[in-house]
Design a protein around this ligand. Structure first.
Ligand SMILES: NC(=O)C1=CN([C@@H]2O[C@H](COP(=O)(O)OP(=O)(O)OC[C@H]3O[C@@H](n4cnc5c(N)ncnc54)[C@H](O)[C@@H]3O)[C@@H](O)[C@H]2O)C=CC1
Ligand SMILES: O=C(O)CCC(=O)C(=O)O
Ligand SMILES: [Mg+2]
Length: 383
């Protein structure tokens, strides 16, 4: 097994800024440029087998988009699809399918995933999304928040990377009612996991020629838990004297993110703050439909939309923006060393968005998921 040192050294080695056409959205490329000597997924018959979890809500529709694009682009990937769902109905066996998805990911080491629904009201139903991250120890969530060329939003020049501890913190799932009316919810923070995610963030920043790493916390209130996260971060920072380092309380960071997001470069934080800031960040540059993401560990990598939205309200309407999943899929291709395929597809997506004629509703247009997919296919043919 590779050490976490070799992991972070090999993970994200690429230039942040580039004027080349293929680097229109360089940060996404940077995030995804994973030198694939890390997990060495196996090719059978010239193809990689990748676990595919479409997920609930809009999952089936955006997954279909990716499948169509991969097929048309002759991408050497064979899907092993597991239709695990968080929606509980009378006849389904959600636990069995969940186990099947974990086993498939253990075999293949790489997965592409939509989002699984977690009912708010139902007690005793743990989030499969969270359980998957914990079981596979895919501890680093990486989400890039960057303006898409040609798509104008309130802020320009936003380019920040949110690195989020993915396996503990507020998502530990340890809650109990001590006596009726009194609930204790445990937030677990460990030195080991704080150190590991901090090292990941610094290595990522170094490999991508980024300048600054900011730790986000609430150590003024959670003095022990976030205090440990923050002090561990500063301890790790000593090994990276070339990087500018600071820390910020999460409340202030949220305000700064909506008023002056350009000040942020790489941010590292505990689990829940990562979820909230990823959502704030998405809103800054175009919404959850365009933000790709990945979950990285020492042995496995699972790529999924960075904002992790289910989209139950628009399920089955051909309305979802598939960009977030397509770009997550191109990150996965770079992880597999299939850079040419990745660039061809991601460039087509950026061109379609920049052109502005085919845009889904969330981006102010009237086009359907199918329209967008077809526009990407046409653009790929033109290249
Ligand atoms: N409710 C759940 O089961 C889960 C929730 N979460 C977390 O909770 C937060 C809130 O989740 P929900 O309330 O379920 O949000 P949601 O899934 O209802 O999404 C919020 C809004 O964004 C829209 N949207 C999302 N993805 C889109 C796309 N690709 N194209 C077009 N429109 C899109 C949806 O239609 C919806 O109007 C998320 O940020 C996520 O991190 C994460 C996993 C599961
Ligand atoms: O899995 C869920 O239901 C919620 C998880 C979440 O908020 C996230 O992954 O950002
Ligand atoms: Mg979330």
């Amino acid at each position: 097994m590779l050490s976490s040192r070799s992991l972070t050294q090999t993970l994200f080695r690429t230039a942040k800024a580039s004027s080349s056409r293929n680097a229109v959205f360089p940060a996404t490329r940077a995030m995804a440029t994973v030198v694939s000597d890390l997990f060495k997924p196996t090719k059978y018959g010239g193809k990689y087998t990748v676990t595919l979890i479409p997920g609930d809500g809009i999952g089936a529709e955006v997954t279909e988009s990716v499948k169509t694009i991969f097929k048309s682009g002759n991408v050497p990937v064979e899907w092993e699809q597991v239709d695990v769902t968080g929606v509980v109905t009378g006849n389904s066996h959600p636990e069995e399918l969940f186990r099947e998805s974990v086993n498939s990911l253990r075999r293949n080491k790489v997965g592409l995933k939509g989002i699984l629904y977690t009912p708010v009201e139902r007690s005793g139903h743990q989030s499969f999304n969270v359980a998957l991250r914990q079981e596979l120890d895919i501890y680093a969530s990486v989400v890039l928040i960057k303006n898409m060329p040609g798509y104008v939003t309130r802020h320009s020049n936003v380019d920040m990377c949110i690195i989020r501890e993915n396996t503990e913190g507020e998502y530990s799932g340890l809650e109990h009612q001590s006596v009726p009316g009194v609930v204790e919810s445990l937030k677990i923070v460990t030195r080991m996991k704080s150190e590991r995610i901090s090292k990941f963030a610094f290595s990522f920043a170094t490999a991508n020629q980024r300048k600054k790493v900011t730790c986000i916390h609430k150590a003024n209130i959670m003095k022990l838990a976030d205090g440990l996260f923050r002090s561990t971060f500063h301890e790790v920072a000593k090994a990276y004297p070339r990087l500018e380092v600071n820390d910020l309380i999460v409340d202030n960071a949220s305000m700064q993110a909506v008023s002056r997001p350009q000040q942020f470069d790489v941010l590292v934080m505990p689990n829940l703050y990562g979820s909230i800031l990823s959502n704030i960040g998405a809103a800054l540059v175009g919404g959850p439909g365009i933000i790709p993401g990945c979950n990285m560990g020492r042995e496995y990598a699972v790529f999924e939309p960075g904002c992790r939205h289910v989209g139950l309200d628009i399920q089955g309407r051909d309305q979802a923006n598939p960009t977030a999943l397509i770009l997550s899929a191109t990150m996965m291709l770079r992880h597999l060393g299939l850079d040419d395929h990745a660039t061809r597809i991601s460039q087509a997506v950026y061109d379609v968005v920049a052109d502005g004629k085919v845009r889904t509703k969330d981006m102010g247009g009237n086009s359907t998921t199918h329209d967008f997919t077809n526009a990407v296919l046409k653009q790929m043919e033109r290249q």
